[in-house]
Design a protein around this ligand. Structure first.
Ligand code: UDP
Ligand code: MG
Length: 334
């Protein structure tokens, strides 16, 4: 299999047939073997029936039916797990992404990138409820992570198999896929893609998403930067707070002992005590975090690094990321 296309579907009954026609036309043009994976994310309309009708006519289709609505991220993750292609493409099932962009994405990927992200440079969505929050979210994500892109929310993306298979997604993290993938050191490119207004069905998200994005961003940022060294994060706060508290206490002690300045009516004393306590607590959090980290990585045999390739004089083979990692890990340990 050369190309797998993954589409999350949640109540898109009227979009599926025209989408399938467009998608098939674009994929046939590639002259490669392909499959189309529709993940029905617990739709309550006729989406699944429509998909089953399509399956009867087109053997390229595969349908994964969720038992209930698990969300777009889970649907994408299921698609990645089931994909058999060397290249995995994701796009929305609401026809807002244009299948005609798929060849461009693949061409870019084959220039040697691991992930190609679509950029909806003229986005056709309402300004106040969608474009503005998205612009803010893009700005924050770009400032907080090392991955600089214009449009993190665009589902139209292309991945190499190695990346699609090795990325683990939780919650509503699909817009952080490039950032999460950056952990394993991926080459990321961005291409401008077409975007169209939604013609049928309704958008599944509202403005409340922006705040949730900010919370998710904290998780991603913490996991990316400090999951292997939590004490450096919590401990830093602890040390700063604790030392400030101790300095204040010393200063007040000197004032009390040598300059006879009373302590009882000084709010600064409370602050100093508070800072010392907070400092101790943060350092303790950090140490507990270090314990958790060891359990997290060792209990599941999770790698703390990712190998792209191993070069040897005898036989230079391109090794898949995961296998190369766990093998290397075992030999270094024993
Ligand atoms: N979607 C999904 N599960 C959900 C919500 C959305 O599979 O719980 C799918 C939806 O069917 C669509 C894609 O995710 O194919 C993007 O959803 P939507 O168009 O509502 O998001 P927007 O384009 O407005 O950001
Ligand atoms: Mg949409």
């Amino acid at each position: 299999m050369d190309v797998s296309v993954v589409l999350p579907v949640f109540n898109e009954e009227d979009n599926l047939q025209p989408l399938h026609a467009e998608l098939s036309a674009a994929l046939r043009g590639l002259k490669r073997r392909y499959e189309i994976i529709f993940v029905d994310d617990g739709s309550s309309d006729r989406s699944l029936d429509v998909l089953q009708e399509l399956l009867k006519k087109d053997a390229h289709l595969r349908i994964i039916e969720f038992r209930r609505n698990f969300g777009q991220t889970a649907a994408l993750a299921a698609g990645f797990d089931h994909a058999r292609g060397d290249i995995v493409i994701t796009l929305d099932a609401d026809r807002q992404n244009d299948p005609k962009d798929i060849p461009t994405l693949i061409a870019k990927l084959e220039e040697g990138y691991d992930l190609v992200n679509g950029w909806r440079f003229s986005r056709k969505d309402p300004f106040l409820s969608r474009k503005l929050p998205s612009r803010i979210a893009n700005w924050i994500i770009s400032a907080a992570t090392d991955v600089k892109l214009h449009d993190y929310g665009c589902t139209l993306k292309a991945f190499t198999k190695e990346v699609a298979k090795n990325i683990s997604l939780y919650g509503e993290m699909h817009r952080f896929i490039p950032a999460i993938a950056s952990w394993m050191g991926v080459r990321i490119a961005e291409v401008k893609v077409n975007h169209r207004p939604r013609v049928s069905g309704t958008s599944k998200y509202g403005i409340s998403r922006t705040l949730r994005v900010v919370l998710d961003l904290m998780t991603v940022k913490f996991l990316l930067s400090y999951s292997a060294r939590p004490l450096q994060f919590f401990g830093m706060i602890g040390l700063l707070s604790g030392s400030l508290g101790i300095l204040l206490s010393i200063w007040m002690t000197i004032q009390r002992l040598f300059f006879d300045i009373a302590l009882a009516d000084r709010p600064l004393l409370l602050l100093a005590v508070l800072l010392i306590f907070i400092g101790l607590q943060f350092i303790t959090f950090g140490l507990l975090g270090e314990l958790q980290t060891r359990i997290y990585y060792e209990a599941q045999d999770k790698p703390v690094y990712a190998v792209r390739q191993v070069f040897e004089r005898s036989a230079a083979k391109r090794a898949p990321v995961k296998r190369a990692v766990s093998k290397a890990k075992k030999t270094t340990r024993s």
